[in-house]
Ligand binder design. Sequence first.
Ligand code: GDP
Ligand code: GDP
Length: 461
Amino acid sequence: MTFTVAIVGRPNVGKSTLFNRLVGRRVAIVHDMPGVTRDRREGDATLLGMDFRVIDTAGFEDATGDSIEARMRRQTDQAVAESDVVLMLIDARAGVTPLDRHFGDLLRRCKTPVILVANKCEGKAGAPGLYESYALGLGEPVPLSAEHNEGMAELFDALMPYAKAAGALDDEDEEQEPFPDEIAVDDEEITTEDRPERPLQLVIVGRPNVGKSTLVNRLLGEDRMLTGPEAGLTRDAVTVEWEHRGRRFRLVDTAGLRKRANIDDPVEKLSVSNTLEAIRLAEVVVLVLDQAAILDKQDLTIARMVIEEGRSLVLAINKWDAVDKPEEALKRLKDRCETSLPMARGLAAVTISALTGKGIPRLMDAVQDTHAVWNRRIPTSQLNRWLEEVVSHHPPPALPGGRRIKIRYMTQTKARPPTFVIFASKPEELPESYSRYLINGLRESFKLPGVPIRLYVRAGR
Ligand code: GDP
Ligand code: GDP
């Protein structure tokens, strides 16, 4: 199935530059679209191994005598209608202009999902525009630099869920080879990208009635500090800061700190979009579960959203003061994690009582530990020593005709979540199962439990 992405935005924001970046050397097909004021370009794009069709709408500005808005609208409507997802570009150096806002209004009204992309973010000059762009109401912007090839992994991450939804990527459940025990690593050189001077950004999510409000209220200690919405947060979001064992935490509560009146509201439903919005604000997401119904379907949906968004996840099993059969509850939790959340093996789960406060210090410890894992940086030299050993133990399967895929090199391109790229001779032929084998190996050898791990395979000499 083709997955189609349109690039839209006002003139000069860098649409063509991004288009060329994505399509690379491949020849862009130039279409003369009847009924459209000007040509548009389409091409086969590839981004860290994800293939899709990309439509560039650049170029309408120098067309007929219509108003720019009218032409923009026609061009955009057409491209948007054909796409699975739209990248709306802004120029972060120029900030948000009235034309950007006009575009935002247009796109917010259409059904196709929109990813806001803040281009020209290399260096620091893009920062104000980046923050300003939250006000377009199109969600969190993806900062990148099309010209300098920065932020492509983030763009990949943003596109990934839509590619999956369009059926362009494989699903991830399959039998896994056991990973050899004898591969050991020296963890002395492993560092963390954490910046302890910044508060750890936390959100609490969960189905209605599991005890989120009770937990939030419990977390607000004596010396809490309430702050109003700030740049980058949704209108209703409120942040609270406090300290636990010398570490500052910032809780972002999108429900506006849940007034007591709402607590017993029986009609409150799980809103996927609100939950998603909250997740995107977090570094660590605490998913609150009720011990009486651990990891039901809705819980799993939220957990998967957290993992797919690349955030780190901690499970809080609440109402433990009222648990009847603790062993059964824990066994159910373990089984569900193993079968339904294998992409974040080793998740931290803490039993708590939001009502009595029991277990909350342990929960905060788990949040802190998971955050450290999520920030981990593994030196390239170690990764390559590891890779060599792994490949010699268990090489990728032979291709038809006895040819072999050569795996050459590996590096961690970013933390938060740990993201790796390996270079191989025939990346498109490396089976998914082998990538998963490597991911599980990375998790075990470098002690990365419970966080999403991303691995991209690229062509390399
Ligand atoms: P379009 O009209 O939206 O297609 O924009 P273009 O791709 O033609 O780019 C407009 C201008 O912005 C050109 O001068 C590009 O070189 C420049 N540009 C594009 N991407 C970047 C970027 O990431 N950083 C900077 N600083 N300039 C960029
Ligand atoms: P929310 O909808 O997730 O915000 O859930 P609430 O915080 O409103 O809690 C729902 C119900 O569960 C309320 O009646 C709470 O008093 C109760 N509750 C919350 N935490 C606990 C707990 O730790 N133990 C027990 N027994 N009940 C709890």
